[in-house]
Design a protein around this ligand. Structure first.
Ligand code: HEM
Length: 454
């Protein structure tokens, strides 16, 4: 390299205006942030902007959380007194707290919706498979973020909600009590637990989430932007050999526009609209605060936060180790496994049905499986878990019948779906039904109550 040339270049840069320097930065950031995407991928219907909206709620939480930290002390009973002060003494304190609380709920809700939308668009498929796994980690961290924050007000709700969660932990054979001990810093939910949850909630988990989101979005950019799928959710790369795929990719790239101005602009508008909704909600409904936590008085029922009431509902039917560890473990490993499983993800319902040569064999095998699961749920009196299972059974039996492309639109569409579609659909309907029952239909002694009679 010629040193003289460098000197000339540097002196030239000094002469430039700051706007030109800013322009250079802008171009660099633009190339980092923008991904090329097909025009057809930019519309609201493709992603419902759910990833961006999740990011929006997280940003609101960071801002409101930092302000809350200026007033909150992680000690007993000062933490509770600070919550009271937020409500009655500090100006806009209640708004701040409510906004933080409702945006946390919104984040949990949106992250599930985002996951479902990504799944049904098949956007977890190569080259996005590791980004999907990263997403599963983000889902877990989001749940932990909400769960650790739940304890901080130190009221009855938070104390007993955390106790229920910690008890689930201790049901892991051998290691359970040890994990519970390290998690709480003792044998019960006490001042040590409050401090640990505070550090996790305000430092470790947010930093973890920020790092993972950065990698999530960077990979989205590196992997060619938004996933290219046709209207049926099938990848647009139909090429059989690598050369064909490369040619298709190049051809497709020419059709793509830079998503920076189009997509990002729309997503920012969507985030702003969500912020307006959340502020309105926070102004209308204040975040709940019950009596000061009392370890001697267990509320009946002691409910976990809503995103864990589905789990609590399962605990009502199955032993803690099954409901608290085996089933969630299966769900998480199932989610991680989806993009890598040639069996579940590559076999269409139509082809799976064809493995059974005769109609009788098909109905016999299916019938045995359905009977076994039904008998298990009936034995445990788990009627609300049985209901989603049967919805999926009915849908699957509908898909099994003969179908011709145009005439049987829905049936044909279902037959095209991979087996993983049925597993995810079952998981999601179960999650919705069990969470709704646990949250709204359970009263003292976890007995069934109608919400309007409570
Ligand atoms: C804190 C949580 C999360 C944030 C902030 C986030 C953010 C985003 C954003 C902004 C996008 C761009 C497209 C869009 O708006 O949908 C995206 C895409 C994606 N996300 Fe997430 N995400 C999160 C959690 C998850 C989870 C839980 C999963 C799945 C288990 C997931 C899997 C994916 C995948 C595979 C894509 C690529 C989709 C495509 O190519 O069209 N993400 N995410």
């Amino acid at each position: 390299m010629n040193p003289e040339k460098i000197v000339v270049t540097q002196s030239e840069t000094h002469l430039h205006s700051p706007f030109e320097a800013l322009g250079r930065w802008r171009a660099d950031f633009q190339s980092i942030l923008s991904a090329r995407a097909l025009d057809s991928q930019l519309g609201f219907r493709k992603t419902w902007y759910l990833g961006a909206l999740t990011l929006g709620t997280f940003t609101i939480q960071i801002f409101t959380g930092l302000l809350l930290m200026l007033y909150y002390h992680p000690s007993i009973p000062q933490g509770y007194a600070d919550m009271k002060d937020m409500e009655f003494v500090i100006s806009s304190g209640l708004l701040l707290r409510s906004l933080h609380r409702w945006s946390a709920h919104a984040m949990v809700f949106l992250v599930f919706l985002h996951m479902a939308k990504v799944f049904y668009r098949a956007a977890y498929r190569p080259p996005k498979e590791l980004n999907w796994v990263l997403g599963v980690c983000l889902l877990i961290l989001t749940l932990l973020l909400s769960y650790t924050g739940y304890l901080l007000p130190w009221d009855q709700l938070s104390y007993w909600g955390t106790t229920v969660g910690a008890n689930i932990m201790s049901s892991i054979p051998w290691l359970g009590p040890k994990i519970r001990f390290y998690m709480l810093g003792g044998h019960t939910v006490n001042a040590n637990a409050l401090l640990r949850f505070y550090v996790l909630h305000t430092m470790i988990l947010p930093l973890g989430i920020i790092s993972l989101i950065s990698i999530h979005l960077w990979r989205l950019h590196k992997d060619g932007g938004m996933y290219d799928v046709d209207d049926q959710g099938c990848p647009l790369f139909h090429g059989k050999n690598p050369q064909e795929k490369i040619e298709q990719t190049v051809a497709l790239a020419k059709e793509k526009t830079i998503s920076y101005s189009d997509l990002l602009f729309r997503e920012v508008i969507a985030i702003e609209a969500l912020a307006v909704v959340l502020v309105s909600v926070a102004l209308t409904w204040k975040a709940p605060l019950e009596q000061l936590a009392n370890p001697m008085h267990t509320p009946n029922p002691a409910k976990a936060p809503w995103y864990f009431t589905g789990l609590q509902e399962l605990l009502h039917y199955f032993p803690p180790f099954v409901a608290g560890i085996i089933l969630p473990g299966l769900i998480v490993s199932g989610l991680i496994f989806i993009p890598f499983s040639p069996f579940f993800d590559n076999v269409k319902t139509r082809d799976a049905v064809e493995w059974f040569r005769s109609k009788r064999a098909r109905w016999f095998t299916g019938g045995i499986l359905i009977l076994l699961v039904t008998a298990l749920f009936i034995r445990q009196h788990a009627w609300d878990a049985l209901f989603p299972f049967w919805i999926v059974v009915v849908l699957t039996s509908f898909a099994v019948g003969p179908a011709h492309d145009k005439v049987d639109g829905l049936r044909y569409w279902l037959q095209e779906k991979p087996i993983s579609f049925w597993i995810m659909t079952l998981f999601l309907i179960e999650a919705v039904v069990l969470t709704a029952v646990g949250t709204f239909f359970r009263g003292p002694g976890w007995a069934w109550v109608w919400p309007w009679s409570a």
